[in-house]
Write a protein that binds this ligand. Structure first.
Ligand code: NAP
Length: 249
């Protein structure tokens, strides 16, 4: 599909990569509707981008948002499923100092699954449902997974969500191909965004040293892959790792 033909939702588009995707799409002539819990970020997006508060972990919010977006854009044929959070920690750990056994609280596990997996799944359900009901085709859905999908220490909750999102990209490709909807995923490595800016310098240096291309990625690097998924009419069901050639430990 050509970018200017898109009427596309970007979740989590008030910050970081999502905001970059929304701006690039808008510049290319697409109609864009951004949903996010970050209302300050929504207000800072360029004029002409449709915005509304959206908590993807709320079924009611997802349903209302998709109906609103289709009306605001005069149709709907795309989704960039990008909203996400991290709540890192080891699943279980014995303190060397006190001998105390610490376990990841259930809420730390479920909060990440609720946003990154259940929320993303609800958005695919609602957007695909809308396209099928309105007999809109072709359509495209881009899920933002993560290189963490291959396993990442201290990220049980995040890995579970991002690996499931990549696997279900293939499930949804199979289920939605008959309706003319393609589903692809992009799995970024470490990218410079507000999500990662709090990282300690020593950890950052070690990470950069482990990346064959020698630098942390930018939202523009990931946009290149998102654009490819949107535009390539013979691409569906796969997840593209965009990580500078390096796997995170
Ligand atoms: P970001 O700058 O934190 O942007 C994520 C946006 O999603 C924020 O505006 C955030 O709002 C919003 N959000 C959080 N919970 C939400 C919810 N329940 N409903 C709707 N919006 C919600 O992060 P980013 O780095 O651009 O990440 C974008 C996507 O890429 C995420 O799915 C992330 O997991 C993935 N990713 C990031 C990296 C990386 O290194 N940065 C690597 C691989 C994958 P708040 O700011 O209020 O939380």
């Amino acid at each position: 599909m050509r970018l200017e033909e898109l009427k596309i939702i970007v979740t989590g588009g008030a910050s970081g990569m999502g905001a970059h995707f929304a701006k690039r799409l808008h510049e290319a002539g697409a109609e864009v509707a951004v949903g996010d819990v970050n209302e300050e970020g929504l207000a800072a997006l360029p004029e002409g981008i449709h915005t509304r508060r959206l908590d993807v972990s709320s079924e009611e919010d997802c349903q209302a948002f998709v109906g609103w977006a289709a009306e605001a854009m005069g149709g709907l044929n795309g989704l960039i499923n990008n909203a996400g959070i991290i709540r890192d920690g080891l699943l279980v750990k014995k303190s060397r100092r006190t001998g105390e056994l610490k376990k990841m609280p259930l809420e730390q596990l479920t909060s990440v699954l609720d946003v990154n997996l259940v929320g993303a799944t609800l958005m695919v359900r609602e957007v695909a449902g809308q396209m099928i009901e309105s007999e809109t085709k072709p359509g495209v859905i881009v899920n933002i997974s993560s290189i963490a999908r291959h396993g990442s220490r201290g990220q049980t909750n995040y890995v579970a969500a991002k690996a499931a999102l990549a696997a279900n990209t293939t499930t949804w490709m199979r289920e939605l191909a008959p309706y003319g909807i393609r589903v692809g995923a992009v799995a970024p490595g470490m990218i410079e965004t507000p999500m990662t800016e709090g990282m300690k310098q020593s950890a950052r240096d070690a990470l950069v040293a482990s990346i064959p291309l020698g630098r942390i990625g930018t939202p523009e690097d990931i946009w290149q892959a998102v654009k490819f998924v949107c535009e390539c009419d013979y691409f569906s069901g796969r997840t593209i790792d965009v990580d500078g050639g390096g796997a995170m430990g």
